[in-house]
Ligand binder design. Structure first.
Ligand SMILES: C[S@@+](CC[C@H](N)C(=O)[O-])C[C@H]1O[C@@H](n2cnc3c(N)ncnc32)[C@H](O)[C@@H]1O
Length: 256
């Protein structure tokens, strides 16, 4: 039976690759690499570098495929994501059917870890459910951008014995600072931290983590907010794209 390996490749530094992930790369006959259009060629470049560094078997092949752009006009958010996933599922189905032999092994290289704000597992399940190509799959964990953020700032994720929320920029205001003491924000195109009315909250921000362009800024929200906004705008302009993540924290360890 065909097999897929969904491999977490870490968040920008090729050295995030685990030994398990490297071994999985070398089990694959075909490595599927998504390209996302010109602006983010650096991301495809990290994947290519990982393959060049760690793939030791001579007979595996690399197949690049274009990820379709999500249509947003005239549809709800859920409808737009569903349509996008359906189109990607068709591409996966085609790749599995046409590039893998009956007992072939294919690998998808997933940014960070496949369980965190990533739909590869969901889409692969969708392809499996359609039943047109028969296969099984395994998931190999990777270093997430959240781990890279905490490591670069040298902070623990949670306060002693306290919970943590992981959310998006769109939803941050629903929880922080009233219901959540520690919120990690990903996929934030609107810099939602600028609307948080808690000047004493601490923010730990990071962009392009793990890459040579990594930038980190931290401090009291009111003190560093403008610096983060200016840095983000400048770097986005310079690079043509940005990937950033931050942790907001209200409160302290060992509160009375
Ligand atoms: C689609 S999610 C993928 C997350 C990924 N699966 C992970 O484990 O980190 C993309 C978001 O992850 C965050 N991200 C991923 N890599 C990053 C990096 N190297 N530096 C900063 N943020 C990153 C950003 O918030 C970005 O909007």
């Amino acid at each position: 039976m065909r097999k897929l390996l969904i491999i977490g490749i870490g968040s920008g530094n090729p050295e995030h690759m685990t030994v398990q992930a490297i071994n999985a790369l070398n089990r694959a006959d075909v490595l599927f690499i998504p390209t996302k259009g010109e602006k983010k060629t650096e991301l495809a470049e990290v994947r290519r570098e990982i393959c060049a560094r760690y793939v030791t078997r001579a007979d595996s092949r690399t197949v690049e495929f274009a990820v379709p752009v999500r249509r947003t006009e005239g549809v709800s958010y859920d409808g737009s994501v569903d349509d996008w996933h359906a189109r990607i599922a068709e591409i996966y189905e085609h790749l599995i059917g046409s590039e893998l032999g009956d007992d072939g092994i294919g690998a998808f290289l997933v940014w960070g870890d496949p369980m965190l704000y990533d739909s590869t597992i969901r889409i692969v399940e969708r392809v499996k459910a359609r039943g047109k190509v028969v296969f099984d799959y395994d998931v190999l964990p990777g270093i997430t951008s959240l781990q890279a953020l905490c490591a670069s700032h040298r902070i623990p994720l949670n306060l002693v014995g306290k919970p943590v929320e992981i959310t998006t920029g769109r939803r941050l205001s629903e929880s922080f600072p009233e219901r959540s003491q520690t919120s990690v924000v990903m996929l934030d195109g609107e810099q939602a931290f600028q609307r948080i009315e808690d000047p004493d909250a601490e923010i730990y921000w990071g962009a392009y983590l793990g890459t040579p362009d990594e930038i980190v800024i931290s401090g009291r929200l009111a003190d560093v907010k403008d610096e983060i906004l200016a840095t983000r705008a400048r770097e986005r302009q310079r690079m043509g794209w940005i990937m950033d993540i931050y942790l907001l924290r209200k409160g302290a360890d060992f509160e009375e």
